[in-house]
Design a protein around this ligand. Structure first.
Ligand SMILES: CC(=O)SCCNC(=O)CCNC(=O)[C@H](O)C(C)(C)COP(=O)(O)OP(=O)(O)OC[C@H]1O[C@@H](n2cnc3c(N)ncnc32)[C@H](O)[C@@H]1OP(=O)(O)O
Length: 304
């Protein structure tokens, strides 16, 4: 468990607090001096937990820092503490979520732009307290506060532990292959609400031209060309199964002008630095025939 040189109790009047870009607990009340003191301590807590999370995931730099949260407009960190542990209390876990504008493939392989899509960005429970239900407690609090449901959340390159967590607690197993590092589950695009991804989310409906081609200004379209939106049978007749479509996309990528475009929209954040392979997400992505480095819209938080 993570303790600090200062008493965390004043910052944690309850075990789970929310922190946004002002770097103050959502419960905070105080004058200017207290505010400065609280932000400084919160920064220390966030940086420490962010670093521990990165280390446990084998990342070479943290996805979560106080500085990044301060610069963000739509991210929230949930922190779980045990204020009564030891002399000063200790912090046990962190969950960072936010909304992202993402270009995503739906179940039919059609590109959709999802605006303000709910995303799980970083999640960590201290090693000494894992598998005791604390992750679920943190996650449930987040779902209730954000008014999200699990299938409507995209997950930024989940670790094997997180994949297992989502499978166990929420029955999320079947994924929809993507060309970026976000993992989506079946149900993401379902029903009227999911057309919006969530209360916040909003999907651009694809525009169909006379010849059935779907053209948007999305990175997927820029990279792979327009997508055919005809009936499934017709689709298969024209293009064969999705694999052969992806093969065509791959050939399309060989063209120099497209390679240049890829460079121009080369990923940042999570994509920015090398990371050891061999996570389940890696298997899912390679199984879909798509490259996790081929863009697809929406910046990942780090290179998980
Ligand atoms: C977008 C991202 O943030 S990706 C990165 C996710 N974070 C990490 O991988 C960091 C290391 N892991 C952790 O911090 C934690 O394991 C978390 C946050 C994923 C889950 O928190 P926990 O408190 O362990 O979750 P909780 O106790 O509620 O649920 C337990 C379930 O999570 C999964 N899980 C947790 N730890 C493990 C593990 N070591 N191996 C496999 N599955 C695990 C399992 O499904 C487990 O159920 P089980 O014990 O019956 O097999």
């Amino acid at each position: 468990m993570v303790d600090f040189r200062f008493d965390i109790k004043p910052l944690f009047p309850q075990p789970i607090i929310k922190v946004t870009s002002n770097l103050l607990p959502h419960t905070f009340r105080g004058d200017r001096r207290q505010c400065l003191d609280a932000t400084s301590k919160m920064s220390e807590i966030i940086d420490r937990l962010g670093q521990l999370s990165a280390t446990s995931q084998g990342l070479n730099k943290p996805v979560t820092t106080a500085q990044r949260l301060r610069m963000s407009e739509n991210q929230t960190i949930y922190l779980l503490a045990d204020p009564e542990a030891g002399n000063n209390g200790c912090v046990i876990g962190l969950l960072k979520v936010g909304t992202k504008d993402l270009y995503l493939f739906d179940e039919k392989g059609q590109t959709r732009k999802m605006e303000q899509s709910p995303s799980i960005l970083d999640f960590y429970v201290h090693e000494t307290r894992q598998r005791a239900g604390l992750g679920k407690r943190l996650f449930e609090t987040m779902l209730s506060e954000e008014q999200w449901t699990p299938p409507k959340c995209s997950v930024d390159r989940p670790s094997e532990k997180l994949l297992a967590f989502l499978g166990k607690h929420y029955g999320l197993v079947r994924t929809i292959p993507q060309a970026n590092n976000f993992v989506l589950y079946e149900g993401f695009f379902n029903d009227a609400a999911s057309q919006n991804g969530s209360r916040n989310g909003h999907a651009d409906s694809p525009q169909r031209t006379k010849n059935g081609l779907h053209i948007t200004n999305s990175p997927n379209t820029q990279l792979f060309g327009a997508t055919y939106l005809g009936d499934e049978a017709d689709h298969q007749k024209r293009f064969g199964r999705r694999n052969s479509n992806l093969q065509q996309q791959h050939q399309h990528l060989q063209q120099p002008s497209l390679l240049q475009q890829i460079t121009q929209i080369s990923p940042n954040g999570r994509y920015g630095a090398p990371r050891p392979t061999c996570s389940m997400a890696e298997i899912i992505h390679s199984g879909s025939g798509s490259s996790s480095k081929s863009g697809g819209g929406g910046s990942s938080e780090s290179n998980r």
